[in-house]
Design a protein around this ligand. Structure first.
Ligand SMILES: [Mg+2]
Length: 281
């Protein structure tokens, strides 16, 4: 899709999927990531506290959206320091620090080279998470209120790109099933590259950087915008619908009028304040 993409407008709006346009992030953590941590690693004794901690670290603080294996390592380290020894934690740390890819494939490769009981468990957990995510009924994976209407409005005057680190099949399925895809001009999912690289590729189509904005919900989205010197509009965790409404009614018009730069700093501040309220405690 990226090769066939042609710029139609002077303006480009890049939109993240999970936790930004699609209300899919909380549910995955509440029903799959956290509970499977407890189950696979046998942490039932401290379940309530650990689930709360998992959600805070992965959803409601500056580590929102971090790689799943970093989240896993962080929680196990906490358990190791606080409750009981986690044998093999050094293996996991070594893999995390040296891996070229923190993925199931990368983990399998590592296990073939250097067996580790804890890393076997991490792979088992990751597979269990995928299975549990697959069992979430699709009708529960829907866009946040107001997203469809906002995309319709944007698409009349600007190009729309999905810029996401999710897998492309999931993005296509979710955006097609929920009626958002007709308003999308190009999809840049994890197969295209990182979010920063994807924005970089899109800029090669001749957009002026002052006419490009990234809408996202996680520090990774903000970084991708900053690296490419384009604008960033945050969808705040816990306040998503109101943020989309404000973009639709106020900030998109500012972006088109060339005055979004005046509020960019305030937007960054709101984003940082929202995540720092819950960070490290
Ligand atoms: Mg996201």
């Amino acid at each position: 899709m990226l090769e066939n993409f042609r710029r139609k407008h002077d303006y480009l709006v890049c939109i993240d999927s999970d936790g930004c346009a699609m209300d899919t992030m909380n549910i995955k953590h509440f029903r799959a990531f956290g509970p499977q941590m407890i189950k696979v690693f046998g942490l039932e004794e401290w379940q309530d506290e650990l689930l709360e901690r998992w959600n805070r670290e992965n959803l409601f603080s500056f580590t929102r959206g971090m790689n799943r294996f970093l989240g896993c390592f962080s929680l196990l380290s906490y358990v190791h320091e606080t409750y009981r020894e986690i044998p093999g934690l050094a293996d996991m740390q070594d893999w995390i620090e040296n891996a070229t890819s923190l993925s199931n494939a990368g983990l399998k490769q590592r296990l073939a080279e250097a067996p580790s009981e804890l890393l076997e468990k991490a792979l088992e957990w990751s597979n269990a998470v995928n299975k549990a995510v697959g069992e979430i009924p699709e009708e529960e994976n829907v866009p946040f209120p107001g997203v469809l209407e906002t995309l319709q409005k944007i698409h009349e005057v600007a190009d729309i790109a999905i810029v996401s680190s999710a897998n492309p099949e999931a993005v296509h399925e979710e955006w097609t099933r929920t009626g958002l895809m007709p308003y999308v001009d190009v999809v840049c999912a994890q197969n295209v590259g990182t979010k920063a690289q994807s924005i970089g590729y899109l800029l090669e189509h001749g957009y002026d950087k002052a006419k490009v904005i990234k809408i996202g919900d996680a520090p990774g989205d903000q970084d991708a915008a900053e690296q490419n010197h384009v604008f960033y509009y945050p969808i705040l965790a816990g306040d998503e619908a109101a943020c989309w409404k404000a973009f639709d009614e106020v900030y998109f018009d500012r972006f088109m009028a060339g005055t979004y730069g005046e509020v960019q700093e305030e937007m960054q501040k709101r984003f940082n304040d929202n995540l720092s309220r819950h960070s490290d405690s």
